[in-house]
Design a protein around this ligand. Sequence first.
Ligand code: IMP
Length: 449
Amino acid sequence: MPGLVIVGAQWGDEGKGKVTDLLAERADAIVRFQGGNNAGHTIVRDGEEFKFHLIPSGILYPDKACVIGNGVVLDPRILLGEIDGLRRRGVDMNNLKISANAHLIMPYHVLLDTAGEVKLGKLSLGTTRRGIGPCYADKALRLGIRVQDLLDEKILRAKIRTALEPKQQALRELSVQRRKLRKEAGEGSVAEGAIEDAPDPRLDLHTMTEEHVNYGHRLEPHIADTSRLCWDVLDAGKTVIFEGAQATLLDLDHGTYPFVTSSNPIAGAATVGAGVGPTDIDEVWGVAKAYATRVGAGPFPTELEDATGRHMLEKGHEYGTTTGRERRCGWMDLVALRYAVRLNRMSSLAITKLDVLSGLDTLRVAVRYRSREGALLDSFPYHQSILHSATPEYEELPGFSADLQECRDEDELPPEARSYLDYIAEFVGVPIRLVGVGPARDQVVWLGG
Ligand code: IMP
């Protein structure tokens, strides 16, 4: 498995961190290639819980290179907080390498993200408000600040000055709009105090430059040519895992736009976001929960707002690692999963949290959609209006009541659980290689030897 990509097959939070952690055992380098601290991975090791937002899940292995690739957007304050936290817990950080070409999430990106969401009001996307969209927008506009800029104060100051001016203007305009809105609706009626009337001290050029020069000093030992590093590892016949964040249906191009993130979490993006070639990818693992969840706004055909949805929420502890928000829950959507299989050309599937479904008499999986006009749709519709009003048609499968958390072998799974997995694998045409039956690292069942 020299080049292996791990991607989310649904709307995120599928448990990619745990799968990466397990597969990383056989890898030499683990690379993140997109997204930023909008992600959240939880790994349980020897009863100890580790939460990561930026640092690749492989950091707990002292002998493996752990890379933040050029396609990632990173908030240096958050990254340093994560580095310090892990160091305090005795984790060796020497193997952390950060691409000099990765873009930085600056304070104005965070403010703009929040301001944009507040402005959209009821139409807001439900972003994580970590500045992801505005940072990628600046990258495309060629107004971005890169990690390497932290190492040259003169360049840094000049780039911040150029980038800052339009932000101050945009934030001022939003602030005026907000004041008007507040006046119209009456004082105190605007719930979110995102935009202050006074100039924000975080937006001062001098302060921001000083602060970032300091970040640069601290990050310097980790800054590297990470594309070259990946090349060297692959060229030596060793294994690199490319760890995706978010997921296929949140992909900027192929997801449920505009309710998506601002990067490409699909497997193809690993090449651009890490600086390797397409032929360096040998395997693609998709990770899906045994049911489905989504945070933030946007279409979710199999969403359940009933007792079954609550069962999934509570038993699955479906609260965001990054924002603490309740996740929307629903049945496994095989139309969407098959779409994800195709977009990523998946070679293997990992199904997580199968244990959460125990106690449900009947399990349902969506096998097609019906459009508002009554047409049957076997594949994921490309037109957003069709998707937004589509209703799923289900296949019913028998549920199981046994607690799966102690299962470690395929034979220990109840026959109904195995039939459920077989049905999924057959429907999407990809073998399931790994099944999660609890949060701990060893709570997994490997399938097919
Ligand atoms: P952003 O990535 O913060 O811009 O948010 C855009 C959309 O992606 C929102 O619906 C978020 O809830 C969703 N999102 C971003 N990161 C994650 C993640 O790691 N898991 C699940 N949803 C995410």
